[in-house]
Each structure stands twice: as C-alpha cells, then as structure tokens.
Unconditional design. Structure first.
Ligand code: SAM
Ligand code: SF4
Length: 365
C-alpha cells in the first residue's frame, strides 16, 4: 500500500511512520489532512469552542526550565503575585461574561502556604459563582495529597504538559536534578488520572534538538496515556534563557507555527473526542493563530483575563501578546473572528472532555 496521506487518513492504524508522513504533508495533501481533522472535529465535538478565562496569578517559580522566561534564575524582570481579591475579581469577570470555566496558572511552588492558598481560592471561586464556574489548574508538579485536596476543593481539570515525551529530549531542556525529573512528571500525570481529574498534557513544538520522530512519539504518548485534554503549541525563544543559544538551529517561526497546526490536526484524527486547546503561543506568532487552530481541530480557547497591569510580566517567551486593547475589546474581537471560522462559543458550559466520560465508563467508574 502506498504511504500517502489519503491512504493513511482512510486507515485506522497510526504508527510513527504514518504520523511523520502526515506532519510533513504539503500542498494538496496538507489540505486533505486539515479537511479530515475539521470533519472529525465537527462530528465529535461540534462547532462549539469553550472559553476558559486564563488567570496567570503569579510569575514566581522555584524551577529553572531552560526554555521559560519566568524561570527562577531570570532576575531581569519584575515578579508579581496577585492578591486573592484580584484573582476573585478576575473569576467574577469570567462568570459574568458567561465563560463557564477558568484556568488558574502560575509558576511552580510547592510550599504549604502556596498550596493552602490555592485551596482557599478554589473554595472562594466556587462560592462566588454558586458552583457554576468550572476550574482547571495548571500549577505544576505537586504531591498526591495536594492534588487530592485541590480536587476536593473544586478543581476538576489539570493541565501538566510533559513538554517532550522523549526522556532524552526532556533532559536537554531541564536541569539535571530532582526538581526537574521526567520520571516525577510522569508519575504526577498518573496520579492526576487516578484522582479522577480530567487530565491534560502537551508539548512544545519546534524545540532545539527535536525531530519529527520526537513529535510523532509525543502524539503516540498522548494516545497511549489515554489523555483527556491537550494544550500544545510552538516553542518561542526567550532572549534571557539558556536555550537562546540554539536560536539559529531551530525551525523558522512560520514553520513552527505550521507544524503546530499540523500537530493539532493529526491529534484530532487519532484522538477524536478529546479537548484540544488553541495555545496562546500561536497567537504570539499570528494574531489569528488561535482561530486557525480551531479550524485545524482545537475546541478550547483560553482568553487571558489576568489584570492588565500584570499581564506583561508573565513573560514566558519573546513577543508574548501584550496588553493593548481593553479586555472587553479583546473578547469582542475574539468572538467576531471565531464567527468567521464558523465556531460558536459554548457560553456558560464547562465544556468537559467527552473522552474523559467515555474513559471512565469503560473502566467501570
Ligand atoms: N509552571 C507550570 C508548569 O510548568 O506546568 C505552569 C505554568 S508554565 C509557564 C505553562 C507552560 O508554558 C509550560 O508547560 C510550557 O510548555 C510553556 N512555556 C514555557 N516557556 C515557553 C516557551 N519559551 N515557548 C512556548 N511555551 C513555553
Ligand atoms: Fe516554572 Fe513552569 Fe516556567 Fe518551568 S515552565 S520555569 S515550572 S513556570
């Protein structure tokens, strides 16, 4: 059988070799991939896009990932920590605007003050929204007890990117110490699943040293792990991080963008009913990047609702979308541009991962 895109898309088995062919598709074959991912998305998740109001509540981090602008050793910028009132107000904004859900994200800390504070915030946000706001957390690696406490306080989804599923590549992107262990990250993902979180992961695309084989393994990792949600997007360099020295060895930014769209499309083909988020990094490259991701197969968007005075300090990579227009204006223009790609916001809905419920049913829970 010829290994072309049409044959691959008509088949049922997706191995690394076939996935690489899809990721390399150009011209008509590329169109075919996107047509198929759009068709599958329409059939399995419909044309709704769920909003998660993203609150980046602190850029203080105890880790030192080589790619990230808010890593511990970067002293060249202002650290901030929103007050509880500012976080609650942002949650109220999401609730009033009918977003259905929020994401609480920050640098990684694991001290008891931090973890107890998050528990309190979860309780207050549940209360202020009458239990109506769904809450996703993205707060890095924590102990089983902490994950459980947060689940019981009202969080029901958790996003922890594996960043790179190949342990050898992971090791090149992180310091070689216990705080940055691949094994621990994997264990955390397993724990989240066991605790019944809707479990999300993801990777960066276009990293130094990354190959097509790595990217195919990333997608197979997500499938084999039976993940419920994915947020993945292009790696974008930050001038004050260790990885900047490889800036001339990576794919041009436009290629990283295109490869990210293809990763989303292939993932939608191989995991039909999961939630896929359109990452902010796509928007950093192309103002309509998130909408293009929605066309390629994404069904979740995380509009940034962090108060404007802090938004520019959560500076993960160069050219991260900055505060310009008011929040209301950003949301209005997002709604308009989504309409142009025939997507409808799922107002007031949690927009949970259909895959999660199927997975739980199949395991008899
Ligand atoms: N500290 C938590 C963690 O690491 O899971 C949550 C916040 S962290 C900033 C969220 C994500 O930002 C990471 O999982 C990583 O994939 C992404 N990120 C960090 N630096 C990036 C970069 N230079 N380009 C693209 N994404 C980046
Ligand atoms: Fe900290 Fe997360 Fe950035 Fe790593 S990716 S340095 S854990 S904020």
């Amino acid at each position: 059988m010829k290994n072309n895109v049409k044959d691959i898309l008509e088949g049922r088995k997706f191995d690394a070799e076939k996935i690489i062919t899809l990721l390399k598709a150009e011209g008509k074959e590329r169109d075919e991939l996107f047509r198929e991912s759009a068709r599958i998305k329409h059939n399995y998740t419909g044309n709704k896009v769920y909003f998660r109001g993203l609150i980046e509540f602190s850029n203080i981090c105890e880790k030192n990932c080589y790619y990230c602008g808010i890593r511990r050793d970067n002293k060249k910028f202002r650290r901030y920590n929103l007050t509880d009132k500012e976080i609650n107000d942002a949650a109220i904004y999401a609730h009033k605007n009918n977003f259905g859900s929020i994401v609480l994200q920050s640098g990684e800390l694991s001290n008891p003050d931090f973890t107890a504070r998050v528990t309190g915030l979860l309780q207050s946000i549940k209360k202020l929204s009458d239990g109506k706001l769904g809450i996703t957390l993205s707060l890095g690696e924590q102990s089983k007890e902490v994950y459980r406490e947060w689940y019981e306080a009202g969080a029901h989804r958790y996003l922890l990117r594996i960043e790179a599923s190949n342990p050898a590549l992971y090791a090149k992107l992180h310091p070689d110490d216990e705080l940055h262990s691949y094994h621990k990250r994997l264990e955390c993902l397993k724990t989240l699943k066991k605790l019944n979180y809707q479990t999300g992961t993801g990777v960066m695309i276009g990293l130094p040293f990354q190959t097509y084989e790595d990217l195919a393994s990333d997608l197979l990792f997500m499938r084999n792990f039976d993940i419920d949600m994915v947020g993945m997007g292009p790696y974008i360099e930050h001038s004050n991080t260790p990885l900047i020295k490889y800036k001339n060895d990576i794919l041009p930014i436009a290629d990283r963008f295109d490869l990210s769209l293809k990763m989303i499309a292939v993932l939608r083909v191989i995991m039909k009913d999961i939630n896929i988020a359109a990452s902010t990094a796509l928007q950093a490259i192309d103002p309509l990047g998130r909408e293009k991701a929605v066309q390629a197969g994404a069904n979740v968007i995380m509009p940034n609702i962090t108060p404007g005075i802090y938004r520019d300090d959560y500076y993960l990579y160069d050219n991260k979308p900055r505060t310009g227009d008011s929040l209301d204006d950003c949301i209005e223009s997002l709604k308009k541009s989504l309409k142009e790609v025939n997507a409808v916001p799922g107002y007031g809905e949690w927009g949970d991962s259909a895959h999660y419920f199927k997975r739980r049913k199949n395991s008899g829970k």
